[in-house]
Ligand binder design. Structure first.
Ligand code: AMP
Length: 112
């Protein structure tokens, strides 16, 4: 999608600190980290949010969670949180499906 920030990052039109890439997904450090480790994993296909996951496109979600598990092992993350915000009230600011991976500090539950 031409006006989507994360599509531009995936295509190298906007710079990012790449963490991982394969045919289906791209991972990069969050520009405003909320914890010592904070990266985002996004599908290369433009999907707006969790609410647009369907039987046709859901395969990439399982793949992304495999990638998250692999990256967490490589980074030796003992404890971490995976978050996807859906919609404005939940705090979604970029309308391209993404999973935040946060680690390296104590976290509260429920979140604020
Ligand atoms: P959300 O608010 O859940 O939609 O998450 C969007 C995330 O994208 C926020 O945590 C932002 O800090 C992050 N972000 C925005 N622009 C960039 C960028 N150019 N590079 C990396 N992360 C970004």
């Amino acid at each position: 999608m031409s006006d989507c920030l994360f599509c531009k990052i995936i295509h190298g039109e906007v710079p990012s600190a790449k963490v991982y890439e394969d045919d289906l997904c791209y991972a990069f450090d969050d520009i405003a980290p909320q914890s010592p480790v904070h990266f985002l994993v996004v599908p290369k296909e433009h999907i707006k949010s969790v609410s647009e996951i369907t039987p046709e496109n859901s395969g990439v979600v399982g793949h992304i969670f495999e990638v998250i598990a692999k990256l967490a092992k490589e980074k030796d993350l003992k404890s971490y949180r995976v978050v996807s915000n859906i919609g404005e009230q939940a705090g979604q600011s970029v309308l391209h499906l993404h999973f935040h991976v946060l680690s390296g500090r104590d976290m509260t539950w429920p979140p604020g």
